[in-house]
Design a protein around this ligand. Structure first.
Ligand code: SAM
Length: 287
């Protein structure tokens, strides 16, 4: 189970996968991180302490899980693939007290699975995961709408998604996911993880992104209007604001008046507006 220096060895996990005749599913994003140093580095990046409550989505065969257990955290794991869950349960010592949940972390694209909602750790809690590609963006967006969202989120995702999450206004990556998350979290782009460190090797590069809950989140009352505004504006991100905002509100004159009040050039594009300006615009429609 452990390598010469006492660390959990990937070979143990690889052997278990082989014995089970496991064939990874591309659809489920089953690319396992097999580099021990990198797994340890990700646990360090997460800055979790013994006793912290952590949710891991997609533990796979339990390699990152075991390193999290070694960091002394109290762990809840949600895994969709029953075959993997069985392997992970056999390899992670029972004494670690991991709470294993079999199921989809999501219910559709826009909600967490109610079974998962029922087992979320009590606040303050944290997310540390190597997320499956298809789940990353919707899962992270759903966390923002929880009454008690995680205090920190450290996830390994496709590099492109990590860059989007940590983007600044004016960049091509600044968009609905960035804005949603940055209304609740301070985002920090972390280490890159090359494709060669996974089995099977994915076709894209990955990166760690860390999110830390802001002392003051976007107030609940503002969220719906802001989400709708951002969704519409970024569908037409290259068009002038007067036009897109006018369409969104069904009233171009009102849009022009609001832009004037906020001293925003009507030819400006949505992609150049920061969060504060977008919030101000969303509130104009309500007022
Ligand atoms: N944690 C392991 C690692 O670091 O090597 C595996 C990570 S792998 C990128 C993603 C894992 O998420 C797989 O084990 C996959 O079966 C699981 N998964 C995929 N879709 C899921 C979903 N909707 N809900 C929960 N787990 C899911």
């Amino acid at each position: 189970m452990t390598s010469a220096d006492g660390r959990p060895a990937w070979s143990t996990f690889r052997d278990a996968l082989e014995r089970a005749g496991f064939r990874p599913s591309k659809k489920l994003g089953q690319n396992f991180l097999l580099d021990e140093n990198m797994v340890r580095a990700i646990v360090r990046d997460a800055r979790v302490a013994p006793g912290d409550r952590v949710l891991e989505v997609g533990p796979g065969c339990g390699f990152l899980t075991l390193h999290l257990v070694r960091a002394g955290v109290e762990l809840t794991c949600v895994e969709l693939d029953a075959r993997l869950l069985e392997i992970a349960r056999a390899l992670v010592p029972e004494s670690a007290g991991v709470r294993w949940v079999e199921g989809d972390v999501l219910a559709g694209k826009h909600a967490l699975n109610p079974d998962v909602l029922g087992v979320l750790p009590t606040a303050p809690w944290h997310v540390v995961s190597n997320l499956p590609y298809s789940v990353s963006a919707p899962f992270l967006a759903c966390l923002c709408d929880l009454p008690e969202p995680p205090a920190s989120i450290t996830v390994l995702v496709q590099r492109e998604v990590a860059e989007r999450i940590a983007a600044s206004p004016g960049s091509a990556d600044w968009g609905p996911l960035t804005i949603k998350l940055q209304g609740h979290y301070r985002a920090e782009l972390g280490r890159s993880v090359g494709a060669a460190l996974f089995w099977p090797r994915p076709s894209v590069e990955s990166a760690v992104v860390r999110l830390e809950l802001l002392p003051e989140r976007l107030p609940r009352a503002e969220r719906g209007a802001l989400d709708r505004l951002v969704a519409h504006l970024f569908q037409h991100r290259r068009q002038g604001l007067a036009r897109v905002l006018g369409e969104h509100w069904g009233d171009r004159a009102r849009a022009l008046a609001a832009l004037e009040r906020l001293e925003i050039d009507p030819r400006e594009r949505a992609e150049n507006l920061d969060l504060a300006t977008l919030r101000a615009l969303a509130s104009q429609h309500r007022s």
